[in-house]
Design a protein around this ligand. Sequence first.
Ligand code: FUB
Length: 373
Amino acid sequence: MRINLGKLATREPGTITHENHLMQIASCHLKTNMIAIFLMAVAITTINAQIKHKPVYLVKDIYIADPSAHVFNGKIYVYPSHDIEAGIQEINNVDHFNMRDYHIFSMDKVGGPVTDHGVALDVKEVPWAGRQMWAPDAAFKNGKYYLYFPAKDKTDIFRIGVAVSDKPEGPFIPETSPITGSFSIDPAVFTDTDGKSYMYFGGIWGGQLQHYSNGKAIECGAQPAGDKPSLNPQVALMSKDMLQFAENVKNLEILGPDGKPIKSGDNDRRFFEASWMHKFNGKYYFSYSTGDTHKLCYATGDNPYGPFTWQGVILTPVVGWTSHHSIVEFKGTWYLFYHDSKPSGGKTWLRSVKVAELNYNADGTIKMLEGTD
Ligand code: FUB
């Protein structure tokens, strides 16, 4: 019997025998099976890719926020605020963010088990602090770990303190006074490739930044008019012992794409709080929250002091009022740690930390993530 399978069935067009035909059928089945296996592999890879890209919450049994993530000793350590139900009404003066201590968390991999190392520092142990232990950060130098934290002093003015430990998870021993010349909130300490460390900080409204000008307290501080340049995040080089500023605090300028300072009334882009600095391909990326427009934005520059030029949005608004994050590279993948108030049903003072993979475009811009994912 001669069967003409035509060009589609054989590599060599033409006629074949019955035996060959059986072999063809067998080989055809093999090919079909291989295609099926290939398609299944593609499907599994796609599912894995979706899982990989889907944000995951770190822990469910404790409310935490403002996560500062760092890689120490081959693990990811997260230094967040510890949100509590303080029983204070949600009003404009942010008293309902009445946090009292810090817990530190670690994990061997993103998506794996997360260890809560318990209380690393309590407000009662800090001689100068009165209340409101807000967004902290950490750094490693000289064989020691440093926890930086804002808290209101006994006169209700925000200062930034430092506490020291031999271990990344603490417990941390606080210095007896806040960092000299420190003010406002949200410290983020970035150590450059040359070993120099810088603190970025500041936050307007409840974060009190509007009460300072060029590092000095001013009377009757207020936000500039909408057509004036916005208030800037602050930066200072850290001393070699990491316990003080090594210089006067400076303004970190953020320019719009037109090369002019972002205006105070440009609520979609102006700095509000939640400073973070990271370096990617030799460029400095300064990221922050826009506060009342609830976005995480970033600006890039060529050195730690800037100026920085606004580039875009990293994360669209999350459930809850505040947005606060950190960006870290771990084993070749970049991650965005952030928080939302989904698990507490939208209570903005009871937040939960999540992590998502962060990706860059070929030109170094960051691919925007959806806050509600
Ligand atoms: O957690 C208290 C404050 O809320 C932080 O300091 C801000 O960044 C905002 O997330």
